[in-house]
Design a protein around this ligand. Sequence first.
Ligand SMILES: Cc1cc2nc3c(=O)[nH]c(=O)nc-3n(C[C@H](O)[C@H](O)[C@H](O)COP(=O)(O)OP(=O)(O)OC[C@H]3O[C@@H](n4cnc5c(N)ncnc54)[C@H](O)[C@@H]3O)c2cc1C
Length: 431
Amino acid sequence: MVSKNTPIIIIGAGAFGLSTALHLVRSGYSNITVFEKDDQIPPVYSAANDLNKIVRAEYEDQFYTDLAIEAVQAWKTPLFAPHFHQTGFLHCVSGNAPDKAKDTLKRFQDASNNHPYLKPHVVPLNGKHDIRQLFWQCNGQVPGWKGYMNRFDGYAHSANALAAVHRETQASGVRFFLGEHGTISRIVYKDGKCTGVRTKSGKFHAAELVIVAAGAAAAKLVPEVGSQVVAKSWSIAHVHLTDEETSALRGIPVTYARDLGFFFEPDPKTNLLKLCPMGGGYINTDTKTGVSHAPESLETSAFMPHEDELRVRRLLAHTLPKLANRPLVRKSLCWFADTKDSDFIIDYVPNTASSVVLLSGDSGHGFKMFPIVGDWVRVLLEAPDKKQAIARWRWKESNAKEEKENWGGDVSWRLGESRELKDILPGKTKL
Ligand SMILES: Cc1cc2nc3c(=O)[nH]c(=O)nc-3n(C[C@H](O)[C@H](O)[C@H](O)COP(=O)(O)OP(=O)(O)OC[C@H]3O[C@@H](n4cnc5c(N)ncnc54)[C@H](O)[C@@H]3O)c2cc1C
């Protein structure tokens, strides 16, 4: 058990780190310091520093469905409610979708229909007529689209939610170090136990417990994690609308064709409609170690691969054809921490005498859990046997050389194979 006045350091003020700070401070932990390498929160390096993220409750796996339902309840509490929009989730495949996408969709639909809590919110969709009943602005032909709408789901304004939790935790006494003073260059150990962290600016900060919530950068601070965590990215881009266009699309559901990608209702402040093609994602493997890391500079990631652009334009042509040929702005690859089985990792790092916790492996589906993820860390810290009770969230030994190369291909809910960043950088692709 960790006592309430233990000096605790959290590395990373993204979704998992901020949620942990919130739950720990709310539970009476009184000596918490958060280190973040960006000089602002929401940090530009956080995968959650984004206009929006899907909050959908249904998973193929009931374990996560139940957690997501709990998270949606928490999204409706005062701190989180201003950032949650229950617009519904229109989840389909287009007529040309490969079988893998159709099979995955069917499993999601079955999961929604078979869950007593979700079932009343689910409406089957079979083609244009059904879709327009729920999304009247959709004036494309939606060729062959089939699937369902789940009205229980929606999205969260993720950057604003991060900012709100930052304000709340700071007001509750959590200390924050940002920028050069907040960038952790390494965790410091003595006799197999962590004694604190050293920042890029050279300063040592003592702590009895360090929680690493560094997202895609986990393997840089905890190299022992090996290929358990793979830095992976998906691309996003936006269409800049007029005030009238934004207003006309107010309240549309999150619209997802598994084979083409998804978009959200436009953001009323910026008039940006965000698009994400998903797919198998992009990795950046160090050939010496077999471990993928996010590139150091954000500029390297400031583009959308050509194949992704074609997919999101097709998505718009099917649904909102007026927008299909508009310029795409604010393009980027967004990096997250992937695991082979899409399970999170919330556990003590072995051989650290329970002085370092790794909180990672969000696998691209972690933001919806933002209001509750920190509580899972509290439960681990308060476990009398210092063991992660949930087996699937435990540390797993790994050997990069023995791992299969294509993780993305193994995960049922991702379509397509992972590709190396070096092969898709602008100028490298064969158009
Ligand atoms: C394109 C895309 C779409 C997504 N869509 C969804 C979705 O629809 N629904 C959903 O639920 N989830 C979604 N996700 C996943 C979601 O964004 C992540 O699950 C979530 O952001 C993970 O939180 P995290 O705290 O682990 O990492 P992050 O939010 O990335 O935060 C990590 C933080 O650690 C900091 N850091 C790293 N190294 C250091 C260091 N050395 N010193 C100090 N600070 C450091 C970084 O600057 C960063 O702020 C998506 C992800 C991507 C990439």
